[in-house]
Design a protein around this ligand. Sequence first.
Ligand code: DQQ
Length: 486
Amino acid sequence: MTLDKTARTEQRRFADDPHRPRYHFLPEENWLNDPNGLIHWNGEYHLFYQYNPAGPFHGTIHWGHAVSMDLVHWRHLPVALVPDPGTADEDGCWSGVAVDDNGVPTLIYSGNRDGEQRACLAISNDGMLTWQKHPNNPVIPAPPEHLHLAQYRDHTVWREDDAWYQLMGAGLEGEGGAALLYRSQDLRSWEFLHPLLVGDAQRFTPIWTGTMWECPDFFALQGRHVLTISVWDHGQLHYSAAMVGDYRDYHFFPEVEHKLDYGDRHFYAPQSFTDAQGRRIIFGWIHEGRGAEAQLQSGWSGVMSLPRLLSLGTDGQVCMQPVPELEALRGEHTHTAAIDMPAGDEIVLPAVTGDTLEVLVELAPAESGRCGIVVRRSPDGAEATRILYDATQHQLIVDRTQSSQDLATDHNAHVAPLSLRPDEPLRLHIFLDRSVLEVFANMREAITSRIYPTRGDSLGVALLAEGAQARLVSLDAWQLRSTWEA
Ligand code: DQQ
């Protein structure tokens, strides 16, 4: 990342912070939440995000803005949207999207006023450096009258059959989350059509979808349609979910429904976009896993996930993989050849150590027991984060029970269903960036997590088999470079 003077000052300020990521995107300081307005414009990737310049937990939400040529190295740009007193967004510029309106970059976002959110619009005439809000904001002044809405905000907008279409996230009293479909000719005047889909808060299988769907996103993928939502309930952020199915006559017929990432609120409010190469790329907000006081003291909160490429897996589910551009971060490489992993002991890999690592590991599990890899391990094993495949339970687990001796940080395990076929190896692709851990397994599951080891020597990597012998097929590890150095 090329840094201006302010950014350099911030980097010096945080130089001794052992939890601050080195290659994930985050603002120079203070609060980040949802990715917004993702768009590939004139060869540059634009990332807007929910940003609170007053610090974690105080003040109003703005739109931060950054730009990148390669999805990896970002340059901070001036704050894009600031709440304006006396207008529809005076209490915050909440989440939304960017579209190309015949050459004019246009934002649709939720203006927040007096606890209500309404669709607002802003355009840019100078290549997205400054934004002019529409004088008649909000462009959708009120929700549909006949619906009993408990919640109403967030947007996705697309072009179809010579018109613009929009989904707004909602919660219907006594029913569940919903995505409300609107149509417009000009992005400024919107006609409500009907709910594209309504959830059922009383249904718990295959997953529960809560009482409100935040940040709906809707797009075509490999001949099918995907709706992603963020599951909200009475102020609690739960997880992001994906539904895959067919879109016909302005209705959506989902057939497959699953959690998008099993790190729950550590991959929340995701938003995706299509780049010039036709790739569908998604970012999510990686929530903190430590208390409010620790966030206030650190001076920053919230991290953007790595960009992930979306595809449909052989199981019909949405699959996320880190984009190949991330290979640009690779530094020193180590390869570990095949070895047997007897049940019981952890096998420390002395050549692989650090807190900013990419690891590609292939293991042959037994038919029972657990095997995996340990990261951020102190030499005595007192702190350790275990990433394990449980062959009996058919689960991938990020075990955080010993991740930190700071008991005020999250210690629960994250668990994803994962059934390997007979003879199918466990293939883990792991990105460790100090307090951030992103794990991708077998082109199927993802677990994003946060860990806060307290010890400076919690840098070790080890292999682990429990209950049955396993085998390491191969392990490649790279030290990853910081994107914060010029
Ligand atoms: N965050 C935004 C809302 C969205 C929520 C406000 C999801 O627009 O519903 O910052 O994290």
